[in-house]
Design a binder for this molecule. Structure first.
Ligand code: PMP
Length: 359
C-alpha cells in the first residue's frame, strides 16, 4: 500500500521524507560497517562521530556560543520537567512558572515536588506581554514557548531582568530563529521537529552546571551529562542518529530562517481560511498568541458531529491525525518542519470544500 499520506500528527510526527529515505538506505549496513546503527556500540568511532556531528550541526543551526553545553538526554519533555528543578532549584528554593496551558502546568506540578513553585497565569486575552513581580530569590523563570495542546505560542521572549530563563521548546524549536543567549536553559523532546521519540535536546549555559540537588538521579544530572559528552550511559542511539540526519536536512534546506518562513506561510494559510469563514471555523486562541505550528480550530463553535465528519472525511482523503487533543476536543493541525507548504495547501482546499458542502 503506497498511498501518499499527509500526516498532521502532533507527535511523534512526520519526518522529512529525505531523512526517512536515508535511514532506509543505511539501515542494514551503516556506511560499510556491515551492521546497523541499532547494533553498534555507542563507544565505537562511527557512533562517536555521529554524536560530534549532531552537536556541531545544532550548534551552527541555533548559533550556540561556546559557553553553552549541548546535551542529548533520555526521558522526553516529561523527564525535563523533573530535571530542571533537580538541577537548577537551590535547596528549599523557589521558581516561577508561567502557566499558559497543559504542558507548563504539568511542568509546574512536577517542580512543586522539589521546591516552591510560584505560578503565574497571564491574561492572554488582553495582552501577550508578561507582567510579573520580580523576585530576586527565585532560581529561575520557566515557560513553554509553544503549548502544543492549546495552540498558544508566545511571540516574544519574557524579560526576566537577569533571572535565569528556562524554556520548554518541545513543539517549536527549529521552526523560528531566536537568540539563545537570552536563555539559561532550553529543552525539547525530539518527536516533533527533531527526530524520533526517545531523545531530548538540552542546551544549558555552562555556569548553571555544577550545583545539582544531592538527590538528582544521575540520568537527569546535567553536570554529569555535560562532563561525559552525553555518553555517561547508553543513549537512545538510533533516535540520536536520525536526529543528526534531521539537523543536516534543516541545514541543507537553508537553516532555521527558511523553516521560519515556511512556518509563517503554512500557518497563515490555515488562519486565513478560519478568519474568512464567517464563523464556520473558529480558533479559540487570541490572535496575538496564536501558534504557527500547532493550530487548534473548531467547526461551528464546537459542533462535535461536524468535527467528527471533518476528521473522518480528511482521513478518507489520506490526511491523518487531525483530531484535537482529547482534553480540548475539536480539530488540530500540527505543521512541524517536515510538513510541506504543498501538503498544507491540500488541507486548506479541503477545509474550503468541506465548508462549501455544509452551507
Ligand atoms: N512539552 C511539550 C510542549 C509537549 O508538547 C510535550 C508532548 N507533547 C511534552 C512537553 C512532553 O513530552 P514527552 O512526551 O516527550 O514527555
Amino acid at each position: 500500500n503506497n498511498k501518499k499520506i499527509i500526516n498532521f500528527s502532533p507527535g511523534p510526527s512526520k519526518l522529512p521524507e529525505e531523512v526517512v529515505a536515508k535511514v532506509q538506505e543505511e539501515l542494514i549496513n551503516y556506511q560499510g560497517t556491515g551492521i546497523s546503527i541499532m547494533e553498534m556500540s555507542h563507544r565505537s568511532p562511527e557512533f562517536m562521530q555521529i554524536v560530534t556531528n549532531a552537536q556541531k550541526e545544532i550548534q551552527q543551526l541555533l548559533n550556540i556560543p561556546a559557553n553553552y553545553s549541548i546535551l542529548f538526554m533520555v526521558g522526553g519533555g516529561t523527564g525535563q520537567f523533573a530535571a530542571v528543578p533537580l538541577n537548577l532549584m537551590h535547596s528549599g528554593g523557589k521558581a516561577v512558572y508561567l502557566n499558559t496551558g497543559i504542558w507548563s502546568s504539568k511542568a509546574a506540578k512536577e517542580a512543586s515536588k522539589y521546591g516552591h513553585v510560584v505560578e503565574i497565569k497571564p491574561d492572554l486575552e488582553t495582552s501577550s506581554e508578561i507582567k510579573w513581580d520580580l523576585d530576586p530569590d527565585v532560581s529561575y523563570f520557566y515557560y513553554c514557548s509553544n503549548e502544543t495542546v492549546q495552540g498558544v505560542e508566545l511571540p516574544c521572549i519574557p524579560d526576566t531582568h537577569g533571572i535565569p530563563l528556562v524554556a520548554d521548546m518541545s513543539s517549536n524549536i527549529l521552526t523560528k530563529d531566536f537568540d539563545i543567549t537570552k536563555f539559561s536553559l532550553v529543552f525539547a523532546g525530539a518527536q516533533k521537529n527533531i527526530g524520533p521519540a526517545g531523545i531530548t535536546l538540552v542546551i544549558i549555559r555552562s555556569d548553571l552546571l555544577g550545583t545539582p540537588s544531592p538527590f538528582c538521579p544521575t540520568i537527569l544530572n546535567y553536570t554529569v551529562m555535560a562532563k561525559e559528552n552525553s555518553l555517561h550511559n547508553t543513549p537512545a542511539c538510533f533516535s540520536l542518529y536520525v536526529m543528526a540526519l534531521v539537523f543536516k536536512w534543516i541545514t541543507q534546506q537553508g537553516g532555521v530562517k527558511v523553516m521560519e518562513q515556511r512556518s509563517a506561510s503554512k500557518s497563515q494559510m490555515i488562519y486565513e481560511v478560519v478568519d474568512n469563514s464567517n464563523g464556520f471555523y473558529s480558533c479559540p486562541v487570541p490572535a496575538s498568541v496564536r501558534s504557527r505550528v500547532t493550530i487548534p480550530f473548531r467547526i461551528q463553535q464546537g459542533n462535535e458531529e461536524l468535527e467528527k465528519e471533518f476528521v473522518d472525511e480528511a482521513k478518507r482523503l489520506n490526511m491523518i491525525q487531525l483530531k484535537g487533543h482529547r482534553s480540548v476536543g475539536g480539530i488540530r493541525a500540527s505543521l512541524y518542519n517536515a510538513v510541506t507548504v504543498e501538503e498544507v495547501a491540500i488541507l486548506v482546499n479541503f477545509m474550503k470544500d468541506f465548508m462549501k458542502s455544509k452551507l
